[in-house]
Design a protein around this ligand. Structure first.
Ligand SMILES: *Cc1c(COP(=O)(O)O)cnc(C)c1O
Length: 408
């Protein structure tokens, strides 16, 4: 038997990315400059919006968005209990109160009824999470915030211009996903993408923000806000300062330091050029998985439907009627067959830091139910058909064995 070693999510880097990085390294300009600007332009075109801002992570993109909207102490921001910590930690970082909403029964998405109930007169922003690259129902979320408009209290001119709770999509997984014919980034007021090493499109570390609403400003002005917040509130970036005689700058406010570098943007430029092909590969892999996974034992998240197509980021599976111990045993058995798997996500109220903030998993029964028997399978563009079949059939066998013989 061949010794297998299948990683969970290695990056797909070709000679083309390497050569673009080399080109940047030898160009004389390695931090934010022409390549970052080119990536912003190409991304905005790809998403179908006017402008994009590239930053050093999706986390930075979300935090700066909250800061630019003037969110802080006394405000509440709602997100899902079933997500990565970054969706919620940014709320805490700006000084606002984290409000977590449970998932809908048998779903990885926030429960929209509970979301509506969670909106109070302190709510300023909702952060929906496009989990696994499947977009949330943004039309529904927009109608919910419009219904509860009467509660909204604006604290500044940007909030006044929108006149309702703002929608800030955690689109870390969903670049390229479609919903009712529109791409991720075209629904929410602001959407944040991640280019972390395990994401669909990577720059090693990186992220971007796009918007459909400029909160009473022009696109140019809103873009400028992100430039200032991401680079020390400095009126000129380092590249502009290299222009002849243009040394002088002002510090308009005490900003942050979250800009993208040209070395990393170079990777992103090539990844974006290859992205349509990468997405097709992901959807094909999902189709093969769906063909081989035993549906009597295992539920898999739906990546396509009549009016949507995901970005195929993660293959979330639920092992039907399995306990937490049985699920963990499956992960162990898969690892001994050379297959790395993962869990997305351990609900936030189960972590020490969230317990210390007062969250209790008993208040999130649906999220807990999805978590206990969840397992995520390897899903990436360089996975071969032979490997996919090996993973799927191994999972069927392991699950069947535990079902018939128990975990001992
Ligand atoms: C990866 C991820 C993030 C954070 O992205 P970074 O670019 O690493 O900051 C946020 N939310 C979700 C759901 C993620 O998976």
């Amino acid at each position: 038997m061949i010794e297998r070693n299948i990683p969970f999510s290695p990056p797909d880097i070709t000679e083309e990315e390497i050569s673009e990085v080399k080109d940047t390294l030898s160009s004389g300009w390695i931090t934010t400059g022409p390549k970052t600007k080119a990536l912003e332009k190409k991304l905005a075109e790809y998403v179908g919006v006017k402008k994009a801002v590239c930053l050093n992570s999706a986390t930075a993109a979300m935090e700066l968005s909250l800061r630019i909207l003037g969110i802080g102490p006394g405000d509440e921001v709602i997100t899902s209990a079933y997500t990565y910590t970054a969706s919620a930690s940014v709320i805490h970082h700006v000084g606002a109160k984290i409000v977590l909403v449970d998932t809908a029964p048998n779903s990885f998405e926030m429960d929209y009824y509970k979301l509506k109930d969670a909106i109070t007169e302190k709510t300023k922003v909702i952060i929906p999470v496009d989990i696994a690259g499947v977009m949330c129902d943004y039309n529904k979320i927009i109608s919910i915030v419009n219904e509860k408009k009467y509660l909204f209290k604006a604290n500044n001119s940007k909030q006044k211009s929108i006149g309702r709770v703002a929608i800030l999509a955690d689109a870390a997984h969903s670049l390229g996903a479609l919903h009712k014919g529109k791409r991720s980034g075209q629904f929410a007021d602001i959407s944040c993408f991640s280019f972390h090493a395990v994401k669909n499109l990577t720059t090693a570390e990186g992220g971007a923000v796009v918007w459909t609403n400029t909160f009473g400003m022009t696109d140019e002005e809103f873009y400028k806000e992100f430039m200032l917040y991401s680079l020390h509130g400095q009126s000129k970036d380092a590249f502009s300062k290299t222009q002849k005689g243009a040394w002088e700058y002002d510090i308009i406010y005490l900003g942050y330091k979250t800009n993208m570098t040209d070395v990393l943007a170079a990777i992103g430029l090539v990844q974006l050029k290859r992205y349509d092909d990468l997405l097709i590969k992901r959807q094909n892999i999902i189709k093969i998985y769906e063909k081989f996974i035993d549906k009597k034992l295992i539920d898999t998240i739906k990546h396509t439907g009549s009016d949507f197509k995901s970005s195929g980021h993660l293959l979330l599976c639920n092992l039907i009627d399995f306990t937490l111990e049985e699920r963990n045993k499956v992960i162990f058995e898969m690892a001994s067959r050379g297959i790395s798997t993962n869990v997305h996500y351990k609900p936030l109220p189960l972590f020490s830091a969230y317990k210390a903030l007062g969250f209790n998993i008993d208040d999130y029964p649906q999220a807990y139910k999805k978590y206990v028997n969840e397992i995520s399978l390897p899903l990436y563009s360089t996975l071969s058909e032979d490997e996919i079949i090996y993973i799927a059939t191994s999972l069927n066998e392991v699950v069947n064995n535990i079902k018939s013989r128990g975990i001992n």
